[in-house]
Design a protein around this ligand. Structure first.
Ligand SMILES: Nc1ncnc2c1ncn2[C@@H]1O[C@H](COP(=O)(O)OP(=O)(O)O)[C@@H](O)[C@H]1O
Ligand SMILES: [Mg+2]
Length: 302
């Protein structure tokens, strides 16, 4: 879509709220989509978006894997998965990205497919379809890890083979400019989505994330497909928000026609660790519709 034909965020929202519930269109023949959610700013709604997409896929009966690459473990908490810290010895995503220098190289586990041993189910509210590669604080050490060989390739390798059993793998990236965790997530991804709030942080977060994604895509041609820029947590229309929206439309040539509105129920669902799809209010339905439309847009990227 060209900038000239892109609707304002509020026009897009009004249009998307006119119809009833929308149907998820996730073609049977679509292979596993590994979606990285990428912005180099925090607070733009990455983890909430990840949780919303997981909820809609699971509600439709699809198997989903959530990969939490943020040491703050926001997504892990929302999915109510047991944390590596809380349950000693339970492995998480950090264990996939780290190679213990004290282990004899001959004794190291085979990395290909190793993710299978690090997943755990999401909490009971999320249903059997949702599996999680959980984050923990120690994941932050990977940013300065100089001894683990090929750190940035380890997530991709450990998902090989194993990811086939999921229709969608959602990777929640940390807001760390060009860091190793972001690199690891992008190298494992087939698709990348750039959410941005309609403010300075949102805009800069998308601009910077796209630079890093382009660098990765150049190094690994044809593996990383950009889905586009998603205007996220849309507040009521004000002059200031309108100006920001215009900067998105003018600044990026792939702004999606779907937007995610700001709805307080999104925070409530996170706090309660329940999927947004289980709430039945109009506000919750607005969010479910928006996340469904985002998934439909992802499925259309070929
Ligand atoms: N659609 C939404 N409506 C209202 N609040 C939202 C929405 N999406 C996210 N939020 C809130 O915005 C804040 C930042 O969201 P979060 O997903 O943690 O961002 P990030 O992962 O980019 O740091 C959180 O308090 C979250 O509850
Ligand atoms: Mg987050």
């Amino acid at each position: 879509m060209t900038a000239a034909s892109t609707r304002s965020a509020w026009e897009a929202l009004e249009r998307q709220q006119q119809g009833g519930p929308v149907q998820l269109r996730w073609p049977e023949d679509l292979g596993t989509v590994v979606l990285a959610i990428d912005s180099e700013k925090g607070g733009v709604g990455k983890s909430s978006l990840a949780g919303g997409l997981v909820a809609v896929m699971a509600a439709a009966g699809h198997d989903v894997l959530a990969v939490d690459l943020d040491p703050r473990a926001t997504l892990t908490a929302e999915l109510d998965a047991a944390t590596p810290e809380g349950d000693a010895g339970l492995p998480g995503v950090n264990d996939l990205l780290y190679e213990d220098q004290n282990i004899d190289p001959g004794e190291l586990p085979e990395l290909r497919g190793l993710a299978e041993q690090a997943v755990r189910p999401a909490g009971p509210q999320w249903g059997e379809q949702v599996q999680v590669l959980a984050a923990e604080r120690a994941l932050a050490h990977r940013e300065s890890d100089l001894t683990t060989p090929n750190l940035e390739h380890r997530l991709a390798l450990s998902l090989e083979g194993f990811k086939k059993r999921f229709r969608l793998v959602v990777i929640d990236l940390p807001p760390r400019a060009g860091g190793k965790l972001v690199g690891a997530g992008l190298l494992a991804a087939t698709h990348v989505l750039f959410p941005g709030t309609l403010d300075e942080d949102g805009l800069i977060g998308v601009q910077d994330a796209r630079k890093t994604a382009q660098r990765i895509a150049r190094a690994h041609p044809a593996t990383l497909r950009p889905v586009g820029v998603l205007r996220n947590i849309i507040e009521p229309r004000t002059r200031l928000a309108e100006l920001s929206d215009q900067r998105f439309v003018d600044g990026f040539d792939d702004v999606l026609d779907v937007v995610v509105p700001k709805r307080i129920v999104r925070r409530e669902a996170r706090t309660a660790c329940v999927p947004i799809t289980t709430a039945t209010t109009r506000d919750a339905q607005d969010l479910t519709n928006a996340y469904t439309l985002v998934l439909n847009a992802i499925a259309e990227v070929r």
